[in-house]
Design a protein around this ligand. Sequence first.
Ligand SMILES: Nc1ncnc2c1ncn2[C@@H]1O[C@H](COP(=O)(O)OP(=O)(O)OP(=O)(O)O)[C@@H](O)[C@H]1O
Length: 250
Amino acid sequence: MAVNPFLEVVNLRCRFGGVDALRDVSFSLSKESITTVIGPNGAGKSTLLGCISGEFKPKKGKVFLENKEITGAKAWKVPALGIARTFQIPRVVSHLNTFDNVFLPIYAKSRGVGSKKMAAEKAAHMLELCGLIDQSDLEAKELSTAQTRRLELARAMGLNPRLLLLDEPLGGLSPTQVDETLELILKLRSLGITVVAVEHVVRAALEIADSAIFLSNGQLIGEGEPREVLAREDIVEMYLGGRFLRRGQF
Ligand SMILES: Nc1ncnc2c1ncn2[C@@H]1O[C@H](COP(=O)(O)OP(=O)(O)OP(=O)(O)O)[C@@H](O)[C@H]1O
């Protein structure tokens, strides 16, 4: 458990119909850390992000951000709490250009004298940060998978998050694009942002995460230093079917 937890999740339970998507999940993490959430398909990883970001209402348990309880906060209130997220299937507005995709949410959040210019400057800064400034005038639907994921990141960053929840930010990316995104996530952390990323790319967990949370069937099976978590025989068997164990890679 983190000594001064930035995010604390206590006995979180989330149920969909007859399915327990999360069963008494508890963990905490430190400010400005990168945590990777890993586990087999259907383990409850996206549900965990959804319960923190207000998309789903937990049946039981509590969530604290810097000691303030935010359990069950409405999704539309969550950005004001300093939480932004991206999705497994990016949610960008396909018929708007790249710039407006970032600018409009910032402008909507900060109405007032001079806010249009400030919002435009901030949008440009976020696009620069995410390597998309040259694509500003392209419609979102014209972007590649990697660029669309970056656009979603730029949109999330425009909301000034303290906590950034990323759902499979590396999904569908080539090895080079994976490296570029890992570099970008490290840059975001250096700006003071705490990152929680659901990942299927094990290499990412080992390369950039400070801690890993392993979920299976809605339960937290392991947490801690990524290399240690991924070296546990039960986790290797559950996640990788013994593939890496047999090759002795951990
Ligand atoms: N909105 C929903 N309505 C009903 N059941 C859901 C919903 N979202 C998730 N579930 C169920 O909850 C369980 C956990 O799903 P979740 O998407 O959180 O897993 P995951 O670990 O993110 O999986 P994946 O790696 O395949 O994306 C699954 O059994 C899933 O079918």
